[in-house]
Ligand binder design. Structure first.
Ligand code: ATP
Ligand code: MG
Length: 410
């Protein structure tokens, strides 16, 4: 019997580096067999600030997952985050190549490459080219044109780019930690793979990943990823505000946020206090719980208002029938779903990773949405990972057309 295909992902977040390993069976079902986690100490908002520490963190996360799965990890789908990730919309047009005018996969590749010919500064790299919709001659709204007949093929795409020097440094650290890179996937598109159902994507939905350094926004309609954006505010801003507000260290503020935080000050009695000595050896003072919760609420309100602005940009404010799915570590704050429902005027829920099998308890957690999304996306990439083929290099610009392209299609 053929050995099942192994897929691994490495989600380099600004607080944690997560590795997930899974097998993919002949029906495409992903079975998670190992996870690893390490603090992300050498990075700041997705960019390497200390090479050695970054390599060590990546290696620790990989080793952790290798230990649990009993499988060596040779290559990974790499998820990167940070405010350097940007997106633009672009169109491409080509004449269909075949004499019979039948559209074949090569035509689709060519039209996507044509859409990539937009002027992108030389210090930015195209990470993903997402086809939103195709037009064959005058017929608009086509999801996948292969097999159709026509003379002129057009595509509307959403192109995601990242800052080349930041990506290069990360790539170097990953390679030095001992693994090759199957593909690099921006954090703005990975979590949706694990937290959304096909139906939600068809109906219209927004995924909001509240991480440490930032928040990503990804909107789906008619099955397609129509808009993505990075908001440069995340959980660490909430923690920083708490630290300033109650005059304590970042470490203590983080513990206070996680232990006592919420986004509903109305539920807290004015006289309720938090004894900082219970979470810190250095602090002894009492602080008002209501004050802490008000600080937290204000930052989350700001994040959600910025999400609302993103939806307004594409005229979808309050208009997505499947609502908002909030994921990432920042989604674990109590009260957030009510606040999101109120501010965004949409149905809201927390996005737990789904669409996989396996018995690893720890990943039933929204902060694993990206790492599992990377595995699920990676598992659908054909011919790239089978029985330990190593060293598939990411080619500038076209990697995602060939690699993740198929699973970016509606
Ligand atoms: N129970 C909780 N309540 C509130 N916030 C939490 C909780 N658990 C974790 N967080 C916050 O979630 C953030 C980390 O989330 P996550 O692990 O998704 O980030 P990351 O992937 O490392 O960062 P990024 O995606 O921004 O690069 C931190 O700011 C942390 O304070
Ligand atoms: Mg993240």
């Amino acid at each position: 019997m053929a050995r099942p295909k192994l897929v691994a992902s490495l989600d380099i977040g600004s607080s944690k580096i997560r590795t997930v390993v899974g097998t993919v069976d002949e029906n495409g079902v992903v079975n998670i067999i190992g996870v690893g986690i390490a603090p992300s100490t050498g990075l700041r908002k997705g960019a390497v600030i200390d090479v050695e520490e970054t390599i060590n963190s990546i290696a620790a996360s990989l080793e952790d997952a290798e230990r649990m799965s009993g499988e060596p990890i040779n290559h990974v789908f790499l998820g990167i985050s940070g405010n350097h990730i940007e997106s633009i919309n672009s169109k491409g047009v080509i004449a269909v190549g075949q004499a019979s005018n039948e559209i074949i996969e090569e035509d689709v590749d060519r039209v996507l490459e044509a859409a990539q010919a937009v002027t992108i500064p030389s210090n930015r790299r195209i990470l993903s080219t997402i086809p939103k919709t195709f037009t064959v001659d005058e017929q608009k709204g086509i999801k996948y044109p292969v097999g159709m007949t026509g003379i002129r093929l057009e595509v509307e795409t959403h192109i995601i780019t990242g800052f080349e020097p930041t990506i290069k440094n990360l790539e170097k650290c990953v390679l030095q930690a001992g693994v090759d890179i199957d593909d690099i996937i921006p954090g703005t598109i990975a979590p949706a793979k694990s937290v959304l159902s096909k139906r939600q994507k068809e109906l219209g939905v927004v995924v909001v990943d509240i991480g440490c350094g930032g928040t990503s926004v990804s909107v789906f309609e008619d099955g397609s990823n129509v808009h993505t954006a990075m908001i440069p505010i995340g959980g660490e801003n909430v923690t920083n505000d708490v630290a300033i507000g109650i005059k304590t260290s970042i470490d203590t503020a983080e513990k206070v946020k996680i232990e006592y935080g919420s986004t509903i000050p109305e539920d807290v009695n004015d006289r309720e206090t938090i004894d900082l000595s219970l979470v810190s050896k250095l602090d002894t003072h009492l602080v008002s719980k209501k004050q802490v919760v008000e600080i937290i609420q204000a930052r989350y309100q700001e994040i959600l208002l910025l999400v609302k602005d993103e939806l307004a940009k594409i005229h979808r404010d309050g208009m997505l029938p499947a609502g908002v799915v909030i994921t990432g570590g920042g989604s674990k704050i109590p009260g957030l779903i009510d606040l999101a429902r109120e501010i965004l005027n949409l149905p809201a829920q927390v996005g737990f990773p789904q669409n996989y099998d396996g018995v690893v308890d720890k990943i039933d957690d929204p902060s694993y949405a990206t790492a599992i999304g990377l595995i699920i996306g990676g598992s659908r990439v054909d011919n790239r990972i089978s029985g330990g083929i190593r060293g598939i290099n990411f080619k500038k610009g076209i990697g995602s057309v060939k690699g993740w392209f198929k699973n970016l299609l509606p």
